[in-house]
Write a protein of this length. Sequence first.
Lengths: 263, 316
Amino acid sequence: MKIVVLVKHVPDAQFDRHLNGEGNTTDRDESILSELDEYALEAALQLAEARGGSKAGNQVIALSMGPSGAVNAVKKSLQMGATEGVHLTDDALAGSDAAATSLALAAAIRHLGQVDLVITGMASTDGETSLVPAQLAERLGLPQVTFASSLEVAGGSLTARRDADTSSETVEAPLPAIVSVTDQINEPRYPNFKGIIAAKRKSIATLSLADIGVSPDQVGFAGSWTTVTSAEERPPRTAGTIITDEGDAGIKLVDFLAAQKLL
Amino acid sequence: MAKVLVFIDNPGAALKKSSLELLTLARSLGEPAVAVNGELTDAVAASLAEYGAAAVLRPSAQDLNDFLVAPKAAFLANAADNTGAGVVLLDNSPEGKEVAARLAIRLNAGVITDVVSVDADGTAHKSVLAGSYTTACKAKTPVSVLTIKANNVVPEPAAAASAPETVTVEVSAGTVPAARITAREQKAASGRPDLTDARVVVAGGRGMDGDFGPVEELADALGAAVGASRAATDAGWISHDAQVGQTGKTVSPQLYISAGISGAIQQKAGMQTSKVIVAVNKDAESPVFEIADFGIIGDVFDVLPQAAAEIRKRKG
Ligand SMILES: Cc1cc2nc3c(=O)[nH]c(=O)nc-3n(C[C@H](O)[C@H](O)[C@H](O)COP(=O)(O)OP(=O)(O)OC[C@H]3O[C@@H](n4cnc5c(N)ncnc54)[C@H](O)[C@@H]3O)c2cc1C
Ligand SMILES: Nc1ncnc2c1ncn2[C@@H]1O[C@H](COP(=O)(O)O)[C@@H](O)[C@H]1O
């Protein structure tokens, strides 16, 4: 099987995150591989391993679009076990919204030739829109299976489970398809020593917009269909009253709610 | 007047409050038309008229629900062309956002999710980065597609009811590459308010140690929804649907009571825009206390039952 996994390099949520510059884009200084994309990578690795791994010709290609630092998301994916890495980077991509991102990623995926499966995370931890997988499916004309909490592939088609609020669904789609997976699907592995050493020998291809046949005005600030006109940081929440229970904290809690007219 | 298209998916027996909100918002932006998928009862048709729908668009195919998203987006794209809509409004549910995503590609339209309000010029307001920024966004395209968060508009019927015409929109589900839904299991209803739009949420974490009884007891005394941390849902103490946070639900109720939850960043991502936050935790060092308006350092098994009993007593 040939599987492409989309991995995004995002600001680490453990630190304060900021929007800045003319286009109010996210500051990417302290960035990591989006933790939700690790589930996508793990799902791909399990499918490849169940079919004999790379020795049997199975490919797991980690693809990231982003500035120079995004190569780290690709490197981490290689350490976890991806067989190849692709870094799509170009100055003109800066400021891309979901529509422009999906346009560039769709072109990059086409550039990689015939693939069986594209797997993504359920959402990027910075944009949090979950738009990219659905837009990619529309652009590539592939069936979309989003929010999969389980995934099986057999005989040219896939079966997945999705949990919605009022029901659980089983869905089927022919390959090739696009699947986004939730954090319920598996437990992502940590790169081990062997993986880290092996990653050093794996190649990372760098692609520019010219390589994938996209013109600069189709992406970035110029090609995006939306614009952020203003951004204001909310004052951080501050701690209020903290009390220690002396046997009557439940009553004091109700007094607080009554005073706030919340009862 | 600008044309606004509202998408209502499977309205059921009566329109949900969030659908009434969309219709009310649509009227403030222009002349509303409504695309309805699924069964359309007389009661729902009457509400659409009451809320001023100028037209009701229906898909020619009946099997849109058997597939994931793509045919619904195709239907809506044709409905938008048919009505000449400049704005399309959808629910901010996961499926609403996905239909919006695909529709936007079909219409070459900018899409903005998680919208809380829309100005007359189409500027949409939303918060990002787990509630740490509020932003204003705008589509640069002739058509904009917006998904609207519930509970941000007060539903109001039109000054005069309309007599909407019904229009059938051509769509054939079979021609769009889409995943097929082969089985659907209905989940049992909890009888409590819906977590995403509840006014009050009581959430429990690993500190509940397998027993959600005290959380449910306090929730019922307050008429609240029950939430949970991922530690509690992963342990199977409560259904995954109750999870609040980055990979669960985002809630912003009037009151969020956090019980036996440490306040990890992924948990905070789903609840820190709540109006008032109360935390009960026996560890004074828990990060949840940094964002709590009222914090109690104490044992959930003492504090929650005592508070529930006191509320019942005061309510008589
Ligand atoms: C990709 C990813 C996504 C995630 N998504 C989410 C998400 O959506 N939502 C989410 O919640 N988490 C999420 N998490 C998990 C998150 O990182 C934390 O692990 C989780 O929130 C911890 O849950 P907790 O606070 O209940 O447990 P803990 O961190 O173990 O905290 C338990 C707390 O209970 C207190 N306690 C124990 N006993 C008592 C008692 N008797 N009385 C009072 N207090 C007591 C302890 O002092 C402690 O503070 C995610 C993690 C990852 C990696
Ligand atoms: N710049 C990017 N590079 C690689 N993958 C991406 C990028 N942006 C989004 N994705 C993928 O799309 C998923 C959903 O992202 P989003 O639509 O931004 O919430 C992520 O989990 C990634 O798998």
